[in-house]
Design a protein around this ligand. Structure first.
Ligand code: F6P
Length: 342
């Protein structure tokens, strides 16, 4: 059997480790052959495939980015899109099925193609950790480590100047990166999309920390809204899915915090630094395991499913379970962390 592998949507540390896991398991334990598909669904639509052997995946567990390239293409868009055309393309290259590594948009497209008769298996990916069918997604741990390291650095310079530092992390709809990195770095205020706050509530926490002689650290997710804001802050236009490109809420908060508290305040947007570079050891292991199990799922004909982490086990779940509702930070997790704020 010949299987195509693609990575789609925003990249994420650990994508290459998944690819390596799939190819090693598929070629050494099973009799599978692989092709790499360039730039996500774009490569499926254009038939942009290349042979992927053990040789191409050597040493990949530790490398960031994706050797396959990625895009935010929808396989149903354009004159060459649609399930019929995709099926013809796969047939022409004798490809029997696809392993699609991606987030919600990728899995939704994979589910639609599966319902239209294409063999697809999914592997969940997102640094935001917002997919509800998996306990953790690879890339998240790396992003949290990068953010925590950056916050440790912000704290030392903040302390030297007795400044308030506002660190903005990714997290379009959910505050997992902010929650974990803020707890790890010992932040004094946490602003996440799930819990809108007023600027006065943030300033109270900042002032309390400052009054104890601390240099306050405020951690904010890019998708955070102040109470009364109707949508997340965006001044960078729309992305390929017509969603507002986020980033910059910290630069709105910092001058307000300074004005209200009188404490000199600086903002830092961590942005794509959180998605670049080598995956953490945790993410290498998780991504590799997902890859190994995705190859097994192919052999078992478990099409229309994705591999996911449940506790410490890798399980198979229907695509539909991963779609729709997001894995948001439960209020109890925010309240638990709140004991550390102020
Ligand atoms: O979904 C992951 C993510 O990193 C979000 O946190 C962020 O809003 C988005 O991707 C950024 O996407 P892009 O790389 O297209 O700017």
């Amino acid at each position: 059997m010949k299987i195509g592998i693609l990575t789609s949507g925003g990249d994420c540390p650990g994508l290459n480790a998944v690819i390596r896991g799939v190819v090693l398991r598929g070629t050494t334990s099973h009799d599978l052959e692989f092709v790499g598909i360039r730039d996500g669904w774009r490569g499926v639509v254009d038939g942009d495939f290349f042979p992927l052997t053990r040789h191409e995946v050597k040493g990949l567990a530790r490398s960031g980015g994706t050797i396959l390239g990625t895009s935010r293409t929808n396989p149903y868009d354009g004159p060459r899109g649609g399930a019929q055309n995709v099926a013809k393309n796969l047939e022409r290259h004798r490809v029997d099925g696809i392993i699609a590594i991606g987030g919600e948009g990728t899995l939704a497209a994979g589910n639609r193609l599966y319902n239209d008769g294409i063999n697809v298996i999914g592997v969940p990916k997102t640094i935001d950790n917002d997919l509800r069918a998996t306990d953790y997604s690879f890339g998240f741990d790396t992003a949290v480590n990068i953010a925590t390291d950056a916050m440790d650095r912000l704290r030392t310079t903040g302390e030297s100047h007795q400044r308030c530092m506002v660190a903005e992390v990714m997290g379009r709809h959910v505050g997992w990166i902010a929650l974990h990195s803020s707890m790890a770095a010992g932040a004094h205020s946490l602003c996440i999309p799930e819990v809108p706050m007023t600027i006065d509530e943030i300033c109270n926490q900042v002032t309390k920390a400052h009054d104890r002689g601390r240099a306050p650290l405020v951690v904010v997710s890019e998708g955070f809204t102040l109470k009364g804001m109707v949508e997340a802050y965006s001044d960078k236009g729309l992305d390929a899915f017509n969603r507002p490109r986020l980033g910059g809420i910290s630069e709105v908060l910092a001058p307000e915090i300074e004005r209200i508290t009188g404490i000199e305040t600086r903002a830092t947007v961590l942005g794509h630094i959180q998605r670049g570079g080598s995956p953490s050891a945790f993410d290498r292991v998780l991504a590799t395991r997902l890859g190994l199990h995705a190859a097994d799922a192919v052999v078992d004909g478990a099409w229309g499913r994705m591999v996911a982490l449940r506790g410490t086990d890798i399980v198979r779940v229907p695509f539909a379970d991963a779609l729709g509702e997001l894995n948001t930070v439960p209020l109890e997790r925010y309240q638990e962390a709140a004991a550390l704020f102020g």
